[in-house]
Design a protein around this ligand. Structure first.
Ligand code: NAD
Length: 340
């Protein structure tokens, strides 16, 4: 079975090859690593493949899916949990098998949300640079004690729950908002309406999926309902936040601080070294001018454990396909025959 991996980074190749050797050496998988992102322009790279393996910023709209189907590609395996980048209706119509990795170390993302909150609150990123330059002044590094503060978790699924547990461990009061709250959340905090959470939380951390209903969940109106000076953290998907509205809220001081691991226009920016390029995204560049904004390039998942899990589960998903057995991680199940 020939599988083309799009958006493949050196670490993807390392963990896929290690995992193949450890557990799947007897299976006839031919893996082709392509650094290119899957777009309308790059579908031809999958020529001759039975499956494509994609990540968060690969584009799987109807046009791309039709092109892949036309080339004989039968399966799409996602190396991620979120599937907002695939037109599932089109994939189903075209008869694709689609599977994902539903959970890969939720704690990895939760720990990154904590890292962002603590860094931004105590300014350790600025202290690091200052001390290296022999500047030991504390002015500008003032934080607050998180113990006793209120943290609002929007989306109490796997990652939200893990984040809630961590903040509870710090001695924070934890609130959650979720149309289908995790039953375990009751042991950690209180489920409230989103507006109540926004009004009461000193830190709001987003962990719900990107859906039509959650697109720009954080907008002018919801920012106005937040506690003045609160911190907003997004490690979920960029388009949960209206970035222009957030910039206005930062300028008016209504929003006290922003930490994002995801950005709504990240597909043209993240996962590449652009340090010698001119960034022509003016909204992103404006964000970079605020001292109270911290951005990381979608690295919440980036731990050894998570990369192993992603490779392991992706191979298992592919095996379900080749063996024609039920796949727990399938978003669309199809009996498709592929060359062994
Ligand atoms: P999950 O499916 O376990 O949980 C999502 C929760 O959000 C569910 O409980 C659901 O009921 C809730 N939800 C749905 N709509 C909501 C709404 N309108 N308001 C509040 N809650 C709502 O998912 P998960 O594994 O916890 O992952 C959460 C998100 O994290 C994913 O969708 C993905 O986009 C993102 N993610 C980011 C990274 C990263 O590296 N930064 C890595 C993995 C996942």
């Amino acid at each position: 079975m020939k599988v083309t991996l799009y958006s493949a980074q050196p670490y993807d190749e390392r963990f896929f090859e290690e995992t193949r050797l450890e557990g799947f050496a007897d299976e006839a998988f031919e893996l082709v690593y392509q650094t290119a992102t899957l777009t309308h322009q790059t579908t031809a790279l999958a020529e001759g493949s039975d499956a494509v393996c994609v990540f968060v910023n690969d584009v799987l709209d109807a046009v791309v899916l039709e092109a892949l189907a036309g080339m004989g590609v039968k399966a799409i395996v996602l190396r991620c949990a979120g599937f907002n980048n695939i037109d599932l209706a089109a994939a189903e119509r075209l008869g694709f098998f689609v599977a994902r990795v539903p959970a890969y170390s939720p704690e990895a993302v939760a720990e990154h949300a904590l890292a962002l909150a603590i860094t931004l609150n105590r300014h350790t990123h600025r202290a690091f640079n200052r001390v290296r330059e022999g500047n030991f002044a504390l002015d500008g590094l003032l934080g607050v004690t998180l113990h006793g503060r209120t943290v609002g978790i929007v989306g109490t699924g796997r990652i939200g729950l893990a984040t809630a547990r961590i903040f509870k461990g710090l001695g924070c009061r934890v609130l959650g908002s979720d149309p289908f709250p995790a039953p375990d959340f009751a042991d950690i905090g209180e489920i409230v309406a989103l507006d109540t959470l926004l009004a009461r939380a000193d830190i709001v951390s987003l962990h719900c999926p990107l859906l039509e209903a959650t697109h720009h969940l954080i907008n002018d109106a919801s920012l106005a309902r937040m506690k003045p000076g609160a911190m907003l953290i997004n490690t979920s998907r960029g388009a949960l936040i209206d970035t222009c509205a957030v910039i206005e809220a930062l300028k008016s001081r209504q929003l006290g601080a922003l930490a994002i691991d995801v950005y709504e226009q990240e597909s043209g920016l993240f996962f590449r070294d652009r340090s010698s390029e001119i960034i022509d995204d003016d909204v992103f560049s404006r964000l970079m001018t605020f001292p109270n904004v911290l951005v990381t390039g979608h690295q919440g998942f980036f731990t050894v454990e998570a990369l192993r899990e992603i490779a392991q589960v992706t191979f298992q998903n592919l095996l379900c396909l080749t063996r024609g057995v039920h796949c727990d991680n399938a978003l669309i199940t199809r009996q498709v025959s592929v060359s062994p």
